[in-house]
Design a protein around this ligand. Structure first.
Ligand code: PGA
Length: 259
């Protein structure tokens, strides 16, 4: 069952970082690395800030690296100053869009209802939403993290979601940007509960302080199908290491005797 998604999906979330020079350097390095390792590379997505989506799309032409937005508006167009519609991302060759990241939930007061509308509208535009859910530190300590995550899941996932058009990312809020990572059995517990709760086998990512040193261990946890990487996706060496580690499983499937 673990191998329903044999190719891990590694998503880099740049957040509000990246001017043109950094974007060019990072994307060029990714293009070179992934084209050299094309036959056994995991799936890679980068989500730069909105202003860098177009330059990144140009640099990624003919590359296996996919592009994603960090957020979108639930409407396709209209008088919503400062917002970006899923159609705009789609036009720039984005395949994915992150919705409901805990930083959007926290700093922009986004609730499950809005996240669900965004995800639904992203799917309607032909994008794959990466729907983020995850408990707070208080919820973890109080012991009701599973019910908190399941409520977020139930309320954030739209009715038009299928395993083909939607990805779910479990990101415990207390692990994001803190260097604190849940121990493997804690991640396993939530990913198993998510899998049991969902009607089909959706692709499930883990996110929160992922780094080269913990990539393989996290990816070996049942029902962890990929990673959402923040800080380390901005460092070329770290991100390439993470991609390399995530690709080991792909190599072992192509040539089982090599591992
Ligand atoms: P981090 O961020 O890897 O810096 O913890 C993850 C995220 O916010 O998606």
């Amino acid at each position: 069952m673990k191998h329903n998604y044999p190719t891990p999906l590694v998503v880099g979330n740049w957040k509000m970082n990246g001017l043109l020079a950094l974007t060019t350097a990072l994307v060029q390095a990714l293009v070179v690395f992934t084209s050299k390792n094309k036959s056994h590379c995991c799936e890679v997505v980068i989500c730069p800030p909105a202003t860098m989506v177009y330059p990144a799309a140009e640099l990624l032409r003919n590359s296996i690296v996919a592009l994603g937005g960090q957020d979108c508006h639930p409407k396709a167009q209209g008088a919503y100053t400062g917002d970006i519609s899923p159609l705009m991302l789609k036009e720039l060759n984005c395949r994915y869009v992150i919705v409901g990241h805990s930083e959007r939930r926290q700093y922009h007061n986004e609730n499950n209802d809005l996240v669900r509308q965004k995800a639904e509208s992203a799917i309607n535009a032909g994008l794959i939403p990466i729907i983020c859910i995850g408990e707070s530190e208080e919820e973890r300590q109080a012991g009701h993290f599973l019910s908190a995550v399941m409520t977020q899941l139930a309320e954030s996932i739209p009715t038009n979601s299928t395993p083909e058009n939607t990805v779910i990312a479990y990101e415990p809020v207390w692990a994001i940007g803190t260097g604190k990572v849940p121990v493997p059995h804690e991640i396993a517990e939530v990913h198993l509960a998510l899998t049991n709760h969902l009607p089909n086998r959706f692709r499930l990512l883990y996110g929160g302080s992922v780094k080269p040193a913990n990539t393989q261990e996290i990816l070996s946890i049942p029902y962890v199908d990929g990673l959402l990487v923040g800080g380390c996706s901005l460092n070329v060496d770290d991100f390439l290491h993470i991609i390399q580690s995530a690709s080991i499983e792909v190599q072992s499937l192509i040539n089982p005797t090599n591992t």
